[in-house]
Design a protein around this ligand. Structure first.
Ligand SMILES: Cc1cc2nc3c(=O)[nH]c(=O)nc-3n(C[C@H](O)[C@H](O)[C@H](O)COP(=O)(O)OP(=O)(O)OC[C@H]3O[C@@H](n4cnc5c(N)ncnc54)[C@H](O)[C@@H]3O)c2cc1C
Length: 538
């Protein structure tokens, strides 16, 4: 049964709230949102909203790089084939072909906009990561690609676009009327709740890693866009597919920094506590097998050795090269007394990338009129059941550009109306018992890690669904006054959707692994699970 959620999280009345009118509203300022912004016609008014500082996004933390066929010896067919193989028979082949063919042009554009990718003798240096059969990953500042790409994109957005930018502004809900998106209800501490009426809205809110106890994602990644779109009645797809990054730094007290796949690409080996290199026992591609296989092998080896982690070993490689190629990771590890060139680095899997999301077509249009989506909040069919490394920044670029162009063209055709539609959401009475938000949040993160992590099974998922349903009944019935409450409500909603979809998919495919259904069932399950809020009245 579809998850029961209220249509709007907070009370409002059009006579008691400020109104703001724009042509195009973009929610999210990561790679997808800013790429969309660059496609909006300068004659249109454009507003970009981010819930934290502009610089705080998954995009900013991306390490390994962006995949694209750059080397003359590489082939589009090879990048397509690698993407399809990783996606475990669930990718949309047309989408894969489109994205792969557009990749080199997007990389060239980033360079033209001021991104400095790593080069040698004037040529782009190309890295290789798990699942890729060729060196085709452009990277910057060694292992800080996202930081460099976002620096250039933010600078261009601020200086060249003439866009209004509202940082530290939380989007609570999309506004819908007559089956169409009309903008969003947003909040910031300076002006409180505000209606932003937009002719076209683009949702680029990123991922949801924060619903898991172990994650590589920053604090902003709470799945807001997924939950907002679900409440608004847009269709979501593939919510059971959550990618776990195999190698996340595991040191008590440290942040869960991602140890990039590129370290394995450069020859890093995974060893267990006894020093045994175990990956060749699990897959002939060893450390360069796709992420789901490596994550699964690490969890199995942790169980076999009864250890809380395994190690990444770079000590057989040239020490100077290792420290220079991965300066960010070297710095973080050094703070905990680990020299990455000589010491084994303790790692284990963590939630990394949300494959499921708001379903979009090749133009980035969602099932809801006047609503577009791009990047990690969306589900385009590129990744299938498992994302190939370094294909997600690329997806943000390609679909950001498509959604931006589509929304821009549609907004240019629509006349100005400057009219608010009669939307109202009444207040519910204050609850008598206060709710300890961080208690529910931490409990949810632990539950998701246990029941909907790398390995899943029917009874645990059923128990998780019941528990989340119980928490939803009392947490979603309340109306909170600030982001901490709304984030929790969004996290509960997204967790409920993941668990429901994971229960339904009674097979193992890509990143979705069921102990009780270990085989892939193409006859029954080579299809997408779509979810839409029941009784959605827009
Ligand atoms: C540590 C790490 C390393 C990675 N390395 C790579 C890599 O090497 N290559 C690769 O291809 N991918 C990598 N990824 C994945 C990739 O970074 C993301 O998938 C991609 O950046 C997502 O971009 P996005 O624009 O969709 O979302 P994000 O970059 O996450 O941006 C989301 C935006 O939405 C805003 N937002 C969210 N909720 C709200 C709200 N309620 N109201 C207002 N604004 C909101 C945020 O403030 C933010 O501006 C990595 C991810 C992580 C975490």
């Amino acid at each position: 049964m579809p998850l029961q959620v209220p249509r709007y999280l907070v009370p409002f009345h059009p006579k008691r709230i400020p109104h703001h009118f724009v042509d195009v509203l973009i929610v999210g300022g990561g790679i997808a949102g800013l790429r969309a912004a660059m496609q909006v016609d300068p004659r249109l008014s454009l507003l970009v909203i981010t819930k934290d500082a502009m610089e705080e996004s998954n995009s900013n933390y991306a390490q390994g790089g962006i995949a694209g066929v750059i080397d003359p010896a590489d082939r589009f067919e090879s990048h397509v084939a690698d993407t399809l193989t990783a996606g475990a028979n669930l990718c949309d082949q047309e989408v894969v072909e489109m994205v792969v063919r557009e990749a080199p042009e997007h990389i060239r554009q980033l360079i033209a906009w001021g991104t400095h990718f790593d080069t040698e003798n004037g040529e782009l240096l190309l890295g290789r990561e798990g699942g890729h059969s060729h060196h085709r990953i452009v990277h910057a500042l060694g292992d800080a690609t996202g930081h460099e790409v976002m620096r250039a994109m933010i600078q261009r957005t601020r200086s060249d676009l003439g866009a209004q930018i509202w940082p530290n502004t939380f989007t609570i809900d999309l506004l819908t009327h007559d089956d169409s998106c009309r903008g969003a209800l947003v909040w910031n501490s300076a002006h409180g709740k505000t209606f932003v009426w937009a002719k076209q809205t683009i949702l680029c809110t990123g991922g949801a890693g924060q619903i898991y106890r172990e994650t590589t994602n920053p604090a902003v990644a709470t799945g807001d866009g997924h939950a907002i779109a679900y409440r608004a009645g847009a269709e979501l797809a593939d919510m059971e597919f959550v990618q776990f990054h195999p190698t996340v730094l595991y040191i008590a007290g440290s942040s869960r920094s991602l140890i990039t796949e590129a370290m394995r690409g450069e020859g890093g080996r995974l060893i267990d506590a006894t020093g045994n290199r175990f990956m060749p026992d699990y897959d002939e591609r060893a450390e360069l097998a796709p992420r789901d296989i490596v994550s699964r092998a690490i969890v199995a080896q942790m169980q076999k050795t009864r250890q809380p982690n395994v190690f990444l070993d770079m000590s057989h490689l040239d020490a100077d090269f290792v420290r220079k190629r991965f300066p960010g990771i070297a710095r973080v590890c050094a703070e905990f007394g680990i020299d990455i060139a000589t010491d084994p680095i303790p790692v284990r899997p963590g939630a990394h990338y949300m494959i499921g999301g708001v379903r979009v077509d090749q133009q980035g249009h969602t099932s809801l009129a006047a609503l577009w989506a791009a990047g990690e909040a969306s589900c385009s069919g590129l990744h299938g059941a498992n994302r190939l490394a370094s294909n997600s920044l690329l997806e943000g670029l390609v679909f950001g550009a498509h959604a931006g162009a589509g929304a821009s063209a549609a907004a240019l055709e629509a006349p100005d109306s400057f009219q608010a539609v009669p939307l109202e959401n009444p207040a519910v009475g204050p609850p008598s018992e206060p709710l300890d938000l961080s208690d529910v949040r931490n409990s949810l993160k632990s539950l998701m890690w246990r029941a909907a992590g790398v390995w899943r099974d029917g009874p645990q998922l059923a128990e998780a669904a019941e528990t989340i349903g119980r928490w939803c009944r009392y947490a979603l019935a309340r109306q909170f006054a600030d982001p901490a409450g709304w984030e929790l409500q969004n996290m509960l909603t997204v967790a409920g959707l993941i668990v429901d979809s994971a229960r339904q998919r009674t097979e193992s495919r890509g990143v979705h692994l069921r102990n009780d259904f270990p085989e892939t069932d193409d006859a029954g399950w080579r299809r997408h699970l779509r979810v839409v809020r029941s009784g959605s009245t827009n």
